[in-house]
Design a protein around this ligand. Structure first.
Ligand code: FAD
Ligand code: SIN
Length: 528
């Protein structure tokens, strides 16, 4: 067994549950609420109950509810943005079940914003019409998480544990039966479970510049890889075009909905530029806007572009985007009169643990949903506001499926022994972490090429040679080990895909090559 820690399950404190869910964002909680109808559920998070990408989601949830919309239209927008490699059947499920799930969220208490007594729909890039429901203006994720957490807390079959870091999955012979977890008070514990769901979110923290929560270090993907799961589409990392570029503002997102409401992108010289790159201008799909910005930055020798909302009604902006207006003001930018400095940063991991339409991975008893999973609904480029929807729809499906198809639990005694590396006694974890984050931005950002990818491989392999085979005892160190593992998977997939598609842009192969590359790259420890 390949693990980050030495252990023997027979000597550790034990916990038993029918379903273990690792992650407390929209995906984990949705799965848990459904699975609790059939058995005991334990949901754990490595941080506070709220800390997650879900908590920070701004723009909203894309869903077919508005007048004039249809499943066909939402499906078509999702497929077009996905650049030919979406899983069509899973897109159909996403869109059709999405409506019912969003209605269920409202029944559970989520209050989406209204206008004249009716749900208000926002516009975002790549959508043919207004179909984004949002809450508290630009705090959609917070509102959804509030309701899901309250519902989970009130469900007798669910136990929620915070500050509990999952180090590794328990797995042998293609079967997963729980995980080794660590809490500061209790140390290491073993959780035995019939079913284990990874809902650990994304990887944004692997990059120096990101919109993501501090939790997004790719732990679930790395532990799934160690357990023999297949990871798919790891080269597809979406950059969000508009992150506030002010030192100290920790890369706060300026929602795409701001452009949906008329925000204009201007280069250093004040010129509007997006129509040079796409007929939809500022509302082109994200990959095109991010690349357009990158070109302007190079041409004007700047590190940011401007987002101009000074022509929009300020009273409306304050109501629709209260947190964005407040955050800008806190850094001296009164959006009524001043342009907002923005730049693209790493935002969303399209790839992840490969699953079928019920969240099943290739490892028995192991499931994945949300950003940690790869259902193929996003293809090579995610349509804005489709990821909360994915977490909700596929989280619920996974929880339901497990309820109807429980694995038979068999307790197993297993152990793992790390071979100590005595040479590198002292490793400065933050230093390696920062070096990795800078490397990822430089060599595996919006644009890639073979030279940069090979250079990245050398550095990642070198750091891995003394970080991966060392036994650590703190979450920060385990996170670094996971980040290096995921970085290496991204590098391999990005190097292999010798074409440009969606968010993966190779300057040395600038065209989409359907004859060879209209397919997925899958990586697994016993290579596929
Ligand atoms: P998360 O919500 O990130 O939850 C992951 C959970 O896993 C956390 O509880 C974390 O603590 C836990 N975890 C991770 N590793 C471990 C471990 N080792 N042990 C134990 N627990 C662990 N999408 C939209 O559709 N619409 C939007 O408007 C939107 N806005 C966004 C704005 C921002 C700033 C960001 C960052 C993302 C946005 N997204 C949006 C994307 C969307 O929010 C995420 O893709 C989605 O919330 C992911 O949900 P999740 O449940 O998969 O993961
Ligand atoms: C945003 O509000 O721009 C984020 C939407 C998303 O990532 O889907």
């Amino acid at each position: 067994m390949s693990c980050l820690t030495t252990f023997n399950t027979s000597t550790l404190p034990e916990v038993y549950t029918d379903t273990l869910i690792i992650g407390m964002g929209i995906a984990g909680l949705s799965a848990g609420i459904k699975a609790a109808n059939y058995g005991k559920v334990l949901i754990i998070t490595k941080d506070s109950f709220h800390e997650s990408n879900t908590e920070y989601a701004q723009g909203g949830v894309a869903v077919v509810l508005s007048d004039g919309d249809s499943f066909e239209k939402h499906t078509a927008d999702t497929l077009t943005t996905g650049c030919g490699v979406c899983n069509d059947e899973n897109v159909r499920i996403l869109v059709e079940e999405g409506t019912q799930r969003v209605q269920e969220l409202m029944e559970w208490g989520v209050r989406f914003d209204k206008q004249d007594g009716k749900i208000a729909f926002g516009q975002e890039g790549g959508h043919g019409l207004k179909r984004i429901v949002h809450a508290k203006g630009d705090a959609t994720g917070k509102e959804i998480l509030r309701v899901l957490l309250n519902k989970a807390k009130a469900t007798p079959n669910i136990t929620l544990l915070k500050d509990t870091f999952t180090i590794d999955l328990l797995s042998t012979d293609g079967l997963c039966f729980g995980a080794i977890v660590h809490s500061p008070n209790k140390g290491n514990m073993v959780v035995f479970a019939s079913n284990t769901i990874l809902a650990t979110g994304g990887i944004g923290q692997i990059y120096r510049e990101t919109t993501n929560s501090m939790i997004a270090t790719g732990d679930g993907m790395a532990m799934a890889y160690r357990a023999g799961a297949i990871l798919s589409d790891m080269e597809f990392i979406q950059f969000h075009p508009t992150t506030l570029y002010v030192a100290g503002a920790s890369r706060f997102l300026i929602s795409e909905a701001v452009r949906g409401d008329g925000g204009i992108l201007r280069n250093k010289n004040g010129e509007r530029f997006m129509f040079k790159y796409h007929p939809c201008g500022e509302l082109a799909p994200r990959d095109i806007v991010s690349r357009g910005i990158l070109i302007e930055l190079k041409e004007t020798k700047s590190v940011f572009v401007w987002l101009d909302v000074t022509h929009l009604d300020f009273e409306y902006l304050k109501k629709r985007f209260p947190n964005i207006v407040k955050m800008c003001l806190a850094f001296g930018i009164d959006v009524k009169t001043k342009w907002i400095p923005v730049m693209p940063t790493a935002h969303y991991m399209i790839g992840g643990v490969k699953t079928d339409e019920y969240g099943q991975t290739n490892v028995n008893g192991l499931y994945a949903c949300g950003e940690a999973a790869c259902t193929g609904v996003h293809g090579a480029n995610r349509l804005a506001s489709n990821s909360l929807l994915e977490g909700l729809v596929f989280g619920c499906r996974t929880g339901e499926y497990i309820g109807h198809n429980p694995m038979l639990f068999q307790k197993q005694v297993i152990s793992n022994k790390m071979i100590e590396d005595n040479i590198h006694k002292k490793i400065n974890i933050p230093d390696v972490r920062n070096s990795l984050k800078s490397l990822m931005l430089r060599n595996m950002g919006i644009e890639r090429d073979q030279k940069g990818l090979l250079e990245a491989k050398k550095s990642i392999d070198f750091w891995a040679s003394y970080v991966l085979n060392k036994e650590f005892s703190s979450p920060a160190s385990w996170e670094l080990q996971n980040m290096l593992t995921v970085a290496s998977l991204i590098q391999r997939a990005a190097d292999m895909r010798q074409e440009s598609r969606g968010v993966h842009f190779r300057t040395d192969y600038p065209y989409q090559d359907d004859a060879i590359w209209k397919k997925h790259i899958e990586l697994c420890k016993t290579e596929k």
